[in-house]
Design a protein around this ligand. Structure first.
Ligand code: AMP
Ligand code: GLY
Length: 417
């Protein structure tokens, strides 16, 4: 099978790594990719938001499957453009991707499907904003309705700050604060059949102890030793299957990856948000644990044949990933700094620990930083403590001037066993 992956972050590196290890895949391309992905896939330049260009590239490469990684191309309808030229694609239509593209749409789908989520108001005027803020009280949760690359949500006790964020958006969702640990649960679906993956936890704040600003995600681990073993079954029945059924009944079937961001509250599990693609950095740890070859599962989603697949198989291993971010991330990350130590990790830590590239590019013989999140150092072990240990040993070998990473990824969970 010839596979083309669209995107160029650590998530796409993780996808390409798994696909490169799959004996069903005999040619692997990534567009545009990054310096690390170039080691496992052939890179092609493309504007990932240009559906016609992606479809043309897929046709030219005679791809049997196109996998669209990030949300922006999905919301822009890139999967539709590829489907229109008759090539199977992993990823929802632009319409179905509104589940991530519009928080108000997601709330509407959840209400219709009876999916538990925070109570909310959609507001467009200052009067509506004030009313909603007062109805819920602090802590205030204010979400820009549209795609905002992780920067659209403000959670604060400061009413003035909450109000200012709300008034800076055209349309906002203001909602009840959900208390409790967060879990990311991914499911692969073809619009009818839903296959849940293993749950993971992300660390959204920039600094240790969950301090600092929200980011795209600073690290992740799986499994979750503290979670109820029935969690996946429960979320399948109360969230994933009803959402997929609702979108199908609306005539906008959702195929690809359905990401449920959940809060485990004292009153039960609630959806914080849906995403329409693999999460980053959770994908790095979930795929590290998946034993089933990936290409057949993604193709089953693209072709509507997931019901014919055997159940997914998982490794006993635990996995941890630690993100190394640029100086000044998430505000105005500095780029262009050389990265050292990558060969040392490959020599000394493989196969248990490895580096997945996010924002990197090659400059002559050097690999340099090219984005906010630069690397996602991933490791597996017999338990979280071992995986964590291996991940941080590898992190310590990497040099990147001014860079930052959290030192507490999976620390509490590793102790809880
Ligand atoms: P989102 O973009 O919707 O995932 O929001 C980003 C982060 O904001 C989430 O991971 C949560 O940590 C936090 N958040 C969002 N909605 C809520 C809520 N209703 N209650 C508490 N925290 C929230
Ligand atoms: N890890 C959060 C996200 O992918 O949106």
């Amino acid at each position: 099978m010839k596979v083309l992956v669209i995107g160029g972050g650590a998530r796409e590196h993780a996808l390409c790594r798994s696909l490169s290890l799959d004996s069903d895949v005999n040619a692997l391309y990534c567009a545009p990719g990054n310096a690390g992905i170039a080691e496992v896939a052939e890179l092609r330049p493309v504007d990932p938001l240009d559906g016609e260009a992606v479809a043309r590239l897929a046709t030219e490469l005679r791809a049997d499957l196109v996998v669209v990684g990030p949300e922006a191309p999905l919301v822009a309808g890139v999967a539709d453009a590829v489907r229109a030229v008759g090539i199977p694609v992993f990823g929802p239509s632009g319409e179905a991707a509104q589940l991530e593209g519009s928080k108000a749409f997601a709330k509407d789908v959840m209400a219709a499907a009876g999916v538990p989520t925070a109570r909310s108001y959609v507001c467009t005027t200052p009067e509506e904003v004030d009313e909603a803020l007062d109805a819920f009280g602090a802590p205030y949760v204010v979400k820009d309705d549209g795609l905002a690359a992780g920067k659209g949500v403000v959670v604060t006790d400061d009413r003035a700050a909450a109000r200012a964020h709300a008034l800076g958006c055209d349309r906002v969702v203001i909602e009840e604060f959900l208390d409790g640990p967060e879990v990311s649960l991914f499911a692969i679906t073809d619009g009818v059949t839903v296959l849940p993956l293993q749950p993971a936890q992300d660390f959204k704040r920039a600094l240790d102890g969950d301090a600092g600003p929200n980011t795209g995600g600073m690290g992740a681990y799986s499994p979750l030793p503290w979670a109820d073993p029935k969690l996946v079954d429960e979320v399948m029945a109360s969230v994933l299957q009803p959402t997929v059924d609702e979108l199908r009944h609306r005539g906008t079937p959702f195929s690809g990856l359905l990401y449920a961001g959940l809060a485990i509250t004292s009153r039960g599990t609630r959806v914080i948000e849906f995403n329409a693609r693999f999460g980053d950095p959770e994908t790095q740890v979930v795929l590290a644990r998946l034993r089933t070859p990936l290409a057949g599962v993604l193709l089953g989603s693209a072709n509507g044949t997931l019901d014919a697949l055997p159940p997914l198989s998982w490794r006993e291993d635990a996995a941890v990933t630690v993100v190394i971010a640029s100086h000044n991330y998430p505000e105005t990350p500095r780029t262009g700094d050389p990265i050292t130590g990558l060969a040392d990790v490959a020599e000394q830590d493989a196969p248990h620990a490895y580096v997945l590239h996010a924002g990197t590019r090659t400059e002559g013989d050097e690999v340099v930083s090219a984005g906010g999140r630069v690397l996602s150092v991933t490791a597996t072990g017999s338990d979280l403590a071992e995986a964590r240990d291996r991940a941080y040993k590898a992190v310590a070998r990497i040099g990147l001037d001014g860079s930052q990473y959290r030192t507490d990824i999976a620390a509490k969970a590793a102790e809880s066993r």
